[in-house]
Write a protein that binds this ligand. Structure first.
Ligand code: ZN
Length: 82
């Protein structure tokens, strides 16, 4: 039998995947021990990365392919952090 979880974990992130914190396009998928998934944009993946590395089972980081995408959304969102 094919493991569905393995297949899903290997999926690439798409534009439909959105940061759980700000709604920007997600480039990092974090799989938690209980099976839940979190999605983060580059900004928030960096912000939470120390904690995520302690908690997460898998961190799928595709931020390297995002270099051409302007971070327009951040301007509207940063105020939430400050
Ligand atoms: Zn974000």
């Amino acid at each position: 039998m094919v493991s569905k979880m393995m297949t899903e974990a290997a999926d690439m992130l798409t534009k439909a995947d959105r940061c759980d914190r700000c709604g920007a396009q997600a480039y990092v998928r974090v799989v938690m021990p209980k099976g839940g998934q979190l999605f983060f944009c580059r900004h928030h993946s960096k912000e939470f990365s120390p904690k995520l590395r302690q908690l997460a089972v898998t961190i799928q980081d595709e931020s390297g392919k995002a270099t051409l995408e302007p971070d327009r959304v951040y301007n509207d969102v940063l105020e939430l952090d400050e």
